[in-house]
Ligand binder design. Structure first.
Ligand SMILES: CC(C)(COP(=O)(O)OP(=O)(O)OC[C@H]1O[C@@H](n2cnc3c(N)ncnc32)[C@H](O)[C@@H]1OP(=O)(O)O)[C@@H](O)C(=O)NCCC(=O)NCCS
Length: 160
């Protein structure tokens, strides 16, 4: 992110459309996206006045906050905006008393696994066959069959 670029991140307004074009880049299931949008918080990122990114957070009763979806406009990826969204999620989770921030991805999502680990997450759990059970279409990324869910977590209690 260049110094002169100004990113604003805020909650979705009541009358604003859901940016499915971004959300479906991160999660191909419209059904699942709609289900977690019902209980999640949708945050929107604007570069000047242009919507360039989104993420969805969901909190549970055990002080765990989960990033359900995160997506940056294709042409603007790799410039630090995704990391800014993660930082915003960390701050939100901490300000709501969460002790842990988690995110899930697939075994074939090599770029995303690199991204999350560079943002400070560590692999904490693997759920075998998750994608076979919850996604009707076979998912292949970089020639790898996506079958297992990888859960990554960040311990917020040790963050200042
Ligand atoms: C995943 C995504 C949100 C990352 O956002 P981004 O703006 O491209 O990432 P950033 O530029 O902020 O990168 C942050 C760090 O991750 C690293 N990173 C990002 N993509 C990477 C990749 N493919 N390989 C290795 N490292 C990568 C960057 O080098 C950077 O590292 P640094 O902090 O050490 O410099 C974005 O690529 C995206 O929207 N992808 C499509 C949707 C998606 O897959 N969502 C996640 C579903 S699980």
């Amino acid at each position: 992110m260049k110094q002169e670029e100004f990113l604003t991140i805020r909650d979705q307004g009541a009358d604003e459309e859901v940016p499915y074009h971004l959300l479906l880049e991160a999660d191909p299931s419209r059904e699942l996206v709609d289900s977690y949008l019902q209980h999640g918080k949708l945050r929107l990122a604007f570069l000047d006045d242009k919507l360039i990114g989104v993420y969805v957070l969901r909190a549970d009763e055990n002080k765990i906050v989960e990033i359900m979806n995160i997506s940056i406009e294709k042409t603007l990826q790799g410039r630090g905006f995704g990391k800014h969204l993660i930082l915003d999620a960390v701050n939100f989770a901490k300000s709501h008393g969460a002790s842990e921030l988690i995110v899930a991805t697939g075994n074939s999502s090599i770029s995303q696994l690199a991204f999350y680990q560079k943002c400070g997450f560590r692999i904490s759990k693997i759920v075998p066959d998750h994608f076979l059970k919850h996604y009707p279409e076979k998912i292949i990324e970089d020639g790898i069959w996506c079958r297992d869910q990888i859960i990554l977590s960040m311990d917020l209690s040790s963050c200042p």
